[in-house]
Design a protein around this ligand. Structure first.
Ligand SMILES: C[S@@+](CC[C@H](N)C(=O)[O-])C[C@H]1O[C@@H](n2cnc3c(N)ncnc32)[C@H](O)[C@@H]1O
Length: 263
């Protein structure tokens, strides 16, 4: 793997870290209903990334298949599970055209994927097609609670960009979740959302700045280079004046939600 191609993949776990007890709770919320209904259930994860959600599921010994379009993400996943997992298949494939027969899986997992796909409807229909009757669709997401220094830094960057004449579009993730919920209800399904875990992360201003400067968040990709580089330079100058110590951590409160829909 090229180091450049893997850069975001390796950094991903740093910016989207789940403490072990949170990973365990998420895995339990996903596996418990499926295990109660099916003997030897088989899980599929769409847009699996580096396996943040998938690894704790497969570590419990379940059959697990995952797709992602980014080979660098799948490679990081492979390193993590080397020598551990025998019932795992990782496939470079598009969630909008799944290479599986209908009704092949008992649980389909999708976390932080829908907002990346303009034609998410295709992926949702594919997820439902490959789910066995009585199987479950699990959609998960992280949400920060209240204001933190991370929010302040991101808002300051948006403000700098606005002054430069570029309007940053945010909030697509939440809008997309609502659109998918409406689509599921329109199909006569009954999605139920549960709060699975709540925790506090310690993050430094430097880490928040790096996440923007290194374009680790997907929303940073909409900014063209001629706006991106001057705005990041201005943001770093603002941070140097604002914080006495860029390495002093501040707390961010997080919640993880799971929307569960029975097929
Ligand atoms: C924001 S990451 C989320 C990763 C993982 N679900 C998690 O929550 O940790 C989105 C992932 O979806 C993948 N992806 C984007 N478009 C995709 C598509 N059309 N089909 C499959 N995977 C896709 C990306 O490569 C990336 O690994």
């Amino acid at each position: 793997m090229e180091p450049a191609a893997g850069r975001v993949a390796f950094a991903y776990d740093r910016t989207r870290y789940h403490p072990p007890e949170v990973s365990g709770r998420i895995a339990t919320a996903i596996t418990a209903p499926v295990e109660a209904r099916f003997k030897e259930p088989h899980f599929l994860e769409l847009g699996v990334g580096t396996g943040r959600i998938g690894v704790p599921v497969l570590a419990r010994g379940f059959r697990f298949t995952a797709v992602d379009t980014d080979p660098a993400m799948l490679q990081v996943f492979r390193y993590k599970i080397a020598g551990v997992a025998r019932k795992v298949r990782l496939i470079e494939a598009d969630a909008r055209a799944l290479p599986f027969e209908r009704a092949s899986f008992h649980g389909v997992i999708s976390v932080h994927l829908w907002h990346l796909l303009d034609d998410w409807q295709r992926s949702l229909l594919e997820a439902l097609r490959v789910l066995a009757p009585g199987g479950y669709l699990f959609e998960g997401w992280d949400e920060s609670v209240g204001e933190s220094e991370d929010c302040r830094i991101q808002k300051t960057w948006a403000e700098i960009l606005r002054r430069q004449g570029f309007e940053l579009v945010r909030g697509r993730h939440r809008e997309r979740l609502l659109a998918v919920e409406r689509a599921l209800k329109g199909l006569g399904l009954v999605p139920r959302t549960e709060l699975v875990a709540e925790w506090t992360e310690e993050r430094t201003p430097r880490q928040s700045l790096e996440a923007i400067a290194e374009r680790l968040y997907s929303y940073t990709l909409q900014v063209p280079d001629d706006h991106f580089f001057p705005s990041v330079k201005a943001l770093l100058a603002w941070a140097a004046e604002t914080y006495d110590d860029l390495d002093r951590p501040y707390p961010i409160r997080w919640r993880f939600f799971l929307r569960v829909t029975e097929r």
